[in-house]
Design a protein around this ligand. Structure first.
Ligand code: URA
Length: 254
């Protein structure tokens, strides 16, 4: 249980302090703590949930002081064939291979499938990341979809209204027909959830199949002119807009 007291200070778990210091993932932080490499005020602590006052307590890893680091926000144009995990179990390239020069440990905000390309936000701001991926905040994500076959207005209207998936019905989506090809339909599809393989499953539910999927927007953030495989820092304005987006649909407390 979180200790109570008269203080208004923000206590954090030891695991969180370590992972927010940008030295590694939460899993790695737990491993360091378990391995006895972490001390708080000179005392060995092996419980990841140990409460720490970041302003008062001195946390060390292998004897070196650990401090909370500045937050960073990156926008990467993820190419197809790159995994969004830190280490791919099958040895495939990961988005971290493209982030050379980034010193802080950043995590992707939501996943993109191996075969999906486009906008991937990465940050060490776990609070904003949680809000942007939580469906209760209704942050819109826009995709360009190349769908197999020539889709009828009826199929598009099913996508708009919501389709039944094995984990429940989808919320209404915005769907615009961009153009019809010879054998495919090009769509812009905007969803406010982020379930596993959602767009692919939605297209399958209306009898089609995704041939190509590119995420182009998240909230007001756009992939714009960024070259595939490259990244850039977000501007202060872009970060502020993402934060504002999470206020529009802030879920009410129970
Ligand atoms: N929907 C999908 O099906 N795949 C993605 O990568 C993102 C959204």
């Amino acid at each position: 249980m979180k200790p109570r007291g008269g203080t208004k200070r923000q206590l954090k778990t030891l695991e969180r302090i370590l992972s927010k210091a940008g030295l590694g993932s939460r899993t790695e932080a737990r491993q360091w703590i378990g391995a006895g490499r972490v001390k708080v005020n000179g005392k060995l602590i092996q419980t990841p949930d140990h409460w720490v006052d970041p302003e008062r307590d001195r946390v060390t890893l292998d004897g070196k002081r650990v401090r909370e680091e500045a937050r960073v926000y990156l926008l990467l144009y993820k190419p197809k064939g790159y995994s969004t995990t830190y280490k791919d179990p099958e040895g495939r390239p990961t988005v971290y291979d493209l982030l050379k020069g980034v010193k802080q440990f950043v995590s992707p905000v939501g996943r993109l499938d191996l075969d999906t390309s486009g906008l991937l936000l990465l940050t060490n701001d776990t609070q904003l990341a949680e809000q942007l991926t939580n469906p209760d905040y209704h942050v819109p994500k826009k995709y360009l979809v190349k769908a197999a076959g020539l889709l009828s207005e009826e199929q598009l209207s099913q996508l708009r209204t919501g389709v039944e998936l094995d984990d429940g019905p989808t919320r209404p989506a915005r769907v615009e027909r961009v153009r019809d090809g010879v054998k495919d339909t090009f769509l812009e599809l905007t969803i406010s959830e982020g379930r596993n393989r959602q767009v692919r499953r939605m297209l399958e539910a209306v009898g089609s199949r995704v041939r190509k999927l590119v995420r182009i927007e998240m909230g007001k953030l756009r992939i714009g002119e960024l070259q595939i495989g490259t990244w850039r820092y977000l501007s202060g304005q872009e970060v502020a807009e993402l934060r504002a987006q999470t206020r529009v649909h802030r879920p009410r407390p129970e």
